[in-house]
Design a protein around this ligand. Structure first.
Ligand code: LLP
Length: 431
């Protein structure tokens, strides 16, 4: 199995976090998102402990909540002492409603409107991660109107390509995010920020991409960011107190992906950061990291009910399920690999190679192609693994399909964290 929260129980069913998935499908219906609460907590502790051991005091992980945002995840993150990355008023509202201490939040995004800025300040967001010159000016103006001085980081693009999918790569010079070091614009916005009375510059942020398995791209990014911090110090006298290296560590979607030890990767990054700071004669800044996927992906699983097995004689076979791109658009968008198991009989001989197709009226609505599995029958449960990141958060109501519920599996029991969307929910805003 690709993760240690998966097993096969005495009935021969797929078990997740010790729970029988076929029973859960019966209890809650399908499609169904499951989340292993202990696994989320375990990952949060790995990041916290590893970072505390190798970086200066105050160096913390922020959960990049775009990966999975609902009230309960913010409560869990608060309990684990995590900071959070938020990117919209919606995420801010959700976190604040869950009672998350907002001074531990970082507000990201490449186009914050004036009303987003005002809302975030009113909600007590700790730090703005400022993307561009217009945002900086607007923030200074709005913070001034509110009589505050807002703490900020500036988002800088170091100009590196971590060789991940081009739609999730963000660190290159031509990225839509942040200000490039290479063009001189990063230094320019830094100088401006230092003149403004209602923003307090604390440091710099970069994010190079996602689903990255090596520490090397992070080390390169850190190296360039520290050179930039040194350049800023020389030309302005300002020494950054914080350096945010963004998120991006990969997860195992299939057995072809490597097992990754996040603690070890963090130690590798720290060794490089500490050596570089010593070389530059810089005090090591507080280091921040923003894991999203690696905190929640393998804590998630989606269960579907098989409707049909359609063999197009001489061509291919489709296994159709009662969900699809509405609850998981990642294959449609990125051709993302997934591991698919027949939850009723995961260990039966794999006598079928099929395409798993969703229920939407769209040919591209596929979950995976060329999946080997035991030939399922109508009513059996299909499990798609590692769906805890960017599935619920990217779900849609295309074809007026309601979003599935999110059920948390904890040591104490299973419970609903997000309810299933009903017809009533779907029509709630219609006049
Ligand atoms: N920080 C920033 C500024 C980000 O933009 C992201 C992700 C993260 C942190 C978290 O990265 P992670 O640790 O999750 O890799 N929808 C795509 C992923 C887009 C990632 C966007 N930014 C997917 O489903 O693969």
């Amino acid at each position: 199995m690709i993760c240690n929260n998966l097993s096969v129980n005495e009935k021969g069913h797929l078990a997740f976090a010790g729970y029988d998935t076929v029973e859960l499908a019966k209890k809650y219906g399908t499609p169904l998102y499951l989340m292993d609460e202990e696994k989320i907590r375990e990952h949060a502790r790995t990041y916290k402990t590893a970072m505390a051991a190798v970086f200066p005091a105050g160096s913390v992980p922020e959960f990049a909540s775009k990966a999975f945002s609902c009230k309960q995840i913010y409560r869990i993150m608060a309990e684990e002492g995590m900071d959070i990355d938020v990117v919209s008023p919606g995420e801010i509202y959700t976190a604040a409603s869950a009672g998350f201490p907002m001074e531990k939040s970082f507000f990201h995004g490449n186009n914050k409107t004036d009303s987003d800025i005002a809302f975030a300040i009113d909600q007590g967001v700790g730090y703005f991660v400022v993307d561009n010159a217009e945002e900086l000016a607007a923030l200074n103006r709005i913070a001034g109107e509110k009589g505050i001085c807002q703490k900020i980081l500036l988002r800088v693009t170091p100009g590196i390509d971590p060789h991940t999918h081009k739609k999730i790569s963000t660190g290159s010079v031509e990225s839509k995010f942040g200000m490039a070091i290479a063009t001189g614009q990063a230094l320019e916005i830094t100088k401006t920020a230092l003149t403004l009375p209602h923003v307090a510059l604390c440091g710099f942020h970069c994010h190079i991409g996602s689903q990255i398995f090596e520490s090397a791209p992070f080390i390169t990014a850190a190296d360039m960011m520290l050179d930039f911090i040194d350049e800023v110090r020389t030309s302005t006298g300002f020494t950054a107190k914080m350096l945010d290296l963004g998120g991006g560590f990969g997860v195992r979607y299939t057995k072809d992906d490597p097992v990754i030890d996040y603690g070890e990767k963090i130690r590798e990054v720290a060794a490089a950061v500490n050596a570089k700071c010593e070389k530059l004669g810089l005090a090591v800044p507080k280091i921040l990291m923003e894991p999203g996927r690696s905190l929640v992906a393998d804590a998630g699983m989606t269960l579907y009910t098989v409707g049909s097995v359609k063999e197009i004689t001489g061509y291919k076979t489709y296994v159709s399920i009662d969900g699809g791109m509405t609850d998981n658009p990642r294959y449609t968008l990125y051709e993302s690999p997934y591991t698919v198991l027949l939850a009723d009989r995961p260990e039966d001989p794999q006598n079928l190679v099929a395409t798993v197709g969703g229920r939407c009226c769209e040919s591209g609505d596929l979950i995976q192609e060329n999946v080997a599995m035991p030939r399922p029958v109508r009513g059996e449960i299909l499990a798609v693994l590692t769906t805890g990141a960017y599935n619920y958060s990217m779900a849609s109501n295309y074809n007026r399909v309601g979003r599935p519920p999110v059920v948390m599996l904890s040591k104490q029991g299973d419970y609903v964290a997000v309810e299933r969307e009903s017809f009533k929910h779907l029509c709630a805003l219609d006049k």
